[in-house]
Design a protein around this ligand. Sequence first.
Ligand code: DGT
Ligand code: CA
Ligand code: CA
Length: 571
Amino acid sequence: MQNATIAALFEELGDLLELQGANSFRVRAYRNAARTLESVSQSIADVVATPGHDLTSLEGIGKDLAEKIETIVTTGTHPALEEARAQFPPDVRQMLRIPGIGPKKVAALIKELQIQSLADLKAACEQDRVAALKGFGKKTQQIILEGMAHREAAGNRVLLFHAKSAVDEIIRDLRTVPGVDLVSEAGSCRRRRETCGDLDVLATASDSTAVMDRLAAHALVEKVLARGDTKQRVRLESGLELDLRVVPTESYGAALQYFTGSKEHNIVIRRRAQERGLKVNEWGVFRGEEVVAGLTEEDVYASVGLPWIPPELRENRGEIERAEQGTLPTLVEAADIQGDLHMHTTASDGAATILEMAEAAKARGLKYIAITDHSKRVSMANGLDATRLRKHWKEIDKVRGKISGIEILCGIECDILEDATMDLDDDVLSEADWVIAVLHYGLKQPRAQIMQRLLNACRNPHVDIIGHPSGRLIDKRPGADIVYEDLFKAAADHGVMMEINANPERLDLDDIQAAAAKSHGIPIVINTDSHSTDGFNILPWGVYQARRAGLTKADIANTRPFAEFKKLIQR
Ligand code: DGT
Ligand code: CA
Ligand code: CA
């Protein structure tokens, strides 16, 4: 079990207790515990598996919490959590997932308006009954309606980050079932789509009974929805559904190819097979009765005259033509990344000092970083004005003397204000090694004003890169209205780079935009935007998005050694 999964259970427990109206200290204790678990870099499950371990030796973990963690790691849940879940039907718990309102407000809705489902809530909003409620008002009612509409439009899709942690955990368990040979993720999760509609898992075994029994008994599984000889569908506690397919080992490659999709990609593969007098399905590739391929994906692709295609590209967006021509890109990998050029420290809203961030980055093998705290407009995050920023850079310079083996750039994440000027003056920006320009406020401005802001930033001679360009939060907040062609033209003209922000909720640029940026010759930087020393953990999510965009090591500026990267930014 991953730390993030344990943390999510504590977060859920905190929410449910608050919904019950429990003592706020208890609620806060569980939320703090969740935060602690997220920031512990050791695997808690590994600690628990070590004989003679003591969880209380970890910072911020006391006796009560240690007991709860043990129980969760060993049983997948905790009686306190089960009890809290039992008090609220799934329809009620759904309301906790609406962006913009928390458990306190949900509790008030239940108590005052007897609301029991999303449908009830929508009706109450439309009748203005929510606005009339004490502590709500028209604005909150509007936020609720928009939040529900946004969720509805997103369907029940979940972030790749959550999908993948659940699927990894289940796969690890299924691999230990006797008689099971191979287990793999498939579907959109294997293609690293930014959200997943459901989870797909493939296992090989001569008999499916044991593996299906194990899945049904898994701690993350709430209910078996359907079960056949080769197929089982279950619902997880989180509401997410999972399809398990069991095939014989000799069909593994064919089934993996088939269930990885995408549907659009597979349609073309099937057509190519037909053209060659072959039939392809999840059991293999056949010429009449004869088996042509099945054990490996490579064989399946070879049978239709193609090299193996990385799952991230399988969307029928030109990958099959490129495979045919032998021009498939060699996709960038996490291990290629040498620098991280976006992170925060205690100077603004980060949790660690400059030195702590530098040491953590170095421990992960990074060769260079940029410290980029917020500028003053972001007062909520204690953003820096020119005076504080210059002092901060002096501090960074001192830290350079205390650590070797890693280069540190004096940077800033500077807001592009609503009026299209920069939050800090040119004289201070000109002293920076590295300037990230970003939109934080006024994301809903009309297209013309948004473009004015971005184009001005590109024209500013001190701006090196546009950070999280759209400002979207996946399925929570739409991004700014951007004409990407115009943005990329300006960026290319002025030598400005583009960021892929690796935060699993942002992934901004997205895959299609990043591919377009590349076609304009714009160097792309994958950044973690870390706010703590563990923030570096999210790098893979940025790399997945870059891979989906078909980007190679050469396309990503921060795969270069520092000396080369420096040349690139000294334009
Ligand atoms: P999702 O779940 O909406 O995020 O997207 P996928 O791609 O995971 O879609 P899903 O779970 O419906 O199916 C997984 C893969 O299985 C899909 O990418 C292709 C394959 N597949 C599913 N149903 C069919 C089908 O009716 N025909 C074909 N050719 N392939 C299918
Ligand atoms: Ca799926
Ligand atoms: Ca599925």
